[in-house]
Design a protein around this ligand. Structure first.
Ligand SMILES: C[S@@+](CC[C@H](N)C(=O)[O-])C[C@H]1O[C@@H](n2cnc3c(N)ncnc32)[C@H](O)[C@@H]1O
Length: 279
């Protein structure tokens, strides 16, 4: 049996994936071959002449075939990089998106600003932070890891909620994987526990905001992700609007809510905020 080479397998996979409609065929092939061989993508790229064992080549071709039906690369690899960390990814939750890293950046800055500028005595209560609709736990876990790196994690109490028990299972696994499971409370809730009766200093949320009618037009890979993570109702705002309605009690007087929204939803959300949080 002839020896299979990395470079040839990459070309074969990328050609198949391009024909199947993938927008990133070469990248997909590199990630999947790295996964099959058990090395990073850069190693695959750097060694086109490297031989690939029969088992790895078989696994790679099987994954390319699955990818060509639209299955996301992150689910095939079982992981996705987010905020410089590797998160477990599987169909229990949405795959963390790069744009959500901005929300974590803002959250990290906001928490550090509050810890640094608010008058806090040694026995001040911890800052209360909640990640609403935590999914894979990406926001809560990435924030906790970042705060640990800044020696600020002890000063913060992080809650992460989701209405999906499956997603919470994955989120807990990610928290364990990053050694912050003892610092985040995961709770099954419709938005917030107790209907948002107790206030938080910082509310973070990347809730579903896709219009129901648009879901069928999204890239095929999205159909492998939980609909509950995407469907924001007829105008995309149904879930977010319910969260906004809770803010008068759920947000501390000087609290801040940071929400990821659709690119075209800014004005509509401003109107809703004016309605729900006058003044
Ligand atoms: C767009 S995904 C975001 C997941 C994760 N926060 C992220 O950024 O990758 C939205 C998440 O909100 C959850 N969700 C939807 N409706 C909810 C509700 N009423 N209460 C709590 N979570 C909800 C979904 O299960 C899903 O995990």
């Amino acid at each position: 049996m002839p020896v299979e080479r990395t470079g040839a397998l990459l070309r074969e996979g990328a050609d198949l994936l391009a024909a199947s409609g993938s927008e990133t065929p070469r990248l997909d092939a590199e990630l999947l071959l790295g996964h099959a061989v058990g090395v990073g993508r850069t190693v695959v790229l750097a060694h086109p002449e490297a031989p690939v064992g029969a088992d790895a080549a078989r696994r790679y071709r099987a994954d390319v075939a699955r990818r060509s039906t639209g299955e996301p690369v992150a689910y095939l690899r079982g992981l996705k990089e987010f905020y410089g960390l590797a998160f477990e990814a599987d169909p229990r939750a949405l795959i963390p998106r790069p744009e959500t890293e901005r929300l974590v950046e803002l959250a990290e800055a906001e928490v550090m600003r509050r810890l640094g500028t608010l008058e806090r005595s040694g026995d001040a209560p911890p800052l209360r932070v909640v990640d609403v609709g935590t999914g894979s736990g990406a926001i809560a876990v990435a924030l906790a890891v970042a705060l640990r790196g800044r020696r600020a994690l002890e000063a913060v109490d992080i809650l992460a909620t989701d209405i999906s028990v499956d997603a919470l299972g994955l989120a807990r696994e990610n928290a364990v994987g990053h050694a912050v499971a003892d610092r985040i409370r995961f709770v099954e809730a419709d938005l917030l526990p107790d209907g948002g009766a107790s206030p938080f200093d910082v509310i973070l949320a990347n809730l579903p905001y896709v219009r129901t009618g648009v879901i069928a037009t999204l890239p095929r890979s999205t159909s492998f992700e939980p609909r509950l993570a995407l469907d924001g109702g007829p105008d995309g705002l149904a879930v977010i609007e319910r969260l906004l309605a809770l803010l008068p009690t759920a947000l501390a007087a000087d609290g801040v809510a940071l929400l990821e929204i659709g690119a075209d939803q800014g004005e509509a959300i401003e109107d809703l905020v004016a309605l729900r949080l006058p003044g």
